[in-house]
Design a protein around this ligand. Sequence first.
Ligand SMILES: C[S@@+](CC[C@H](N)C(=O)[O-])C[C@H]1O[C@@H](n2cnc3c(N)ncnc32)[C@H](O)[C@@H]1O
Length: 204
Amino acid sequence: MYEEVCRATGESGREAFNCLVRIWADIVRIRPLQEKDRPAADRVIPLMPDLVRAIEDEGFFDPLGEVFAVNGLGAKDQILTPEPIVRFIVEQTVGKAAEEPRRQPVRVLDPCTGTGRFLIVTARLYAPALGPRLHLYGVELDLELYRACLVNMRLASFSLPYRILYGDALMLDLGADSPNWAFANRWDPPDWRKLKFSRFSQTK
Ligand SMILES: C[S@@+](CC[C@H](N)C(=O)[O-])C[C@H]1O[C@@H](n2cnc3c(N)ncnc32)[C@H](O)[C@@H]1O
């Protein structure tokens, strides 16, 4: 799909990746397709059934992350974690929490979420047992990856409640009751530097 976008647009790298993300955002009804992306979309959409079959066969859902990783589109600090390692960490953390008897929801936060693969694997492994008591939170500072994560979560969150926030996890108040979460899941999020509620706020 990425290669088809490159062919249709004459772009490569992040530009082509972003175009693919926008096409998927239209497919999952996050944001309507823009005319400029239509030629690429016309090439990508016929490939969707093959992709769905491949996802079902492999049982892992982060193809946008794979495109990002395979084509080396990340900066130095943007290496995505391989799926077996993600699964191991999720089993050792969320898995343990899921086993405890509790009334409160199990809240999972990935403060550097990338394309959201920790949240995706969490949803796949624990949605059946925990259902809507599993709440997923992610924060991502790179707007393009943040948008890829929004698309992924729409596709792979198993209808669990999730909130993905664009911003700096080191700066923002990310407590479960933080007002910042009201700005989550927006394709065009506000500038996080202007959000009022930082970790260092004196008053809330
Ligand atoms: C190494 S990648 C890992 C992504 C994902 N958690 C994974 O393991 O596949 C780290 C991501 O965190 C983002 N990031 C780095 N510093 C951040 C910060 N202070 N707040 C939010 N996101 C940050 C980067 O843009 C990058 O996408």
